[in-house]
Design a protein around this ligand. Sequence first.
Ligand SMILES: Nc1ncnc2c1ncn2[C@@H]1O[C@H](COP(=O)(O)OP(=O)(O)O)[C@@H](O)[C@H]1O
Ligand SMILES: [Mg+2]
Length: 240
Amino acid sequence: MSGEALALRNLTVARGTREVVRGVTLDIPPGEVTTLLGPNGAGKSSLVLAVGGVLRPRAGQVLLGERDLTPLPPEKRRQAGVAVVPEGRRLLPDLTVAENLQVATYAMSRTQAASGVEYVLSLFPELKERWTVQGRYLSGGQQQMVVLAQAIASRPSILLVDELSLGLAPVVVKRLVPVLAGLAESGVGVLLIEQFAHVALGLARSAYILEGGSIRYHGTASELREKPDLLKSAYLLRTG
Ligand SMILES: Nc1ncnc2c1ncn2[C@@H]1O[C@H](COP(=O)(O)OP(=O)(O)O)[C@@H](O)[C@H]1O
Ligand SMILES: [Mg+2]
């Protein structure tokens, strides 16, 4: 499954008339976790939505290897192997775990869907025990597992996760982190947006800080761990 990098080239995204992502160039290489950090309002979620095809960029490109995904609608991007978990994505509370996964795999062939579901259950065996339970009765952590499973079931080569641990207990975060690490080890290029910088920097090889819509820093995660002042200012400065 190891493959091509996803590359953002001079990406500019507007919300209304305001540019909230400005000329961002960023790489998500296969086989590793990349993290995107930054204060509230920096434009992280808008960037993710533009990669998913939900927001049309005003300028710039989203490339998968040589292929330009910029003109493609969301479902075509997913077919190309780019899966996005937007911030605050919820499962369907009235549907069971099984049905939530069916919804996520409906566009796939029967064999692909079956193997995708088998794969996510190997990552989240907890979900087997909750298989026929409605989403609303799951714990927050189990709900986040279903949401991740919905994205992973298509066996993406690139996975973007916006706010992995939002609202989750630390013990749940500890459970989810190795799954992302394992996906990266298996060849997936992962972009992680995470409020707990230490969690993200522990997983990532490369790190970016976005501020006011622009990349303020790019380097290795280990370098950034040695720069507490930069990290602190990035989180204290609000640019919303
Ligand atoms: N639906 C929206 N309509 C208009 N502006 C929005 C919307 N969502 C976010 N914004 C604005 O876009 C900017 C970037 O927000 P966002 O991408 O959510 O940043 P982050 O994820 O880094 O917190 C913020 O100033 C925010 O207020
Ligand atoms: Mg956000």
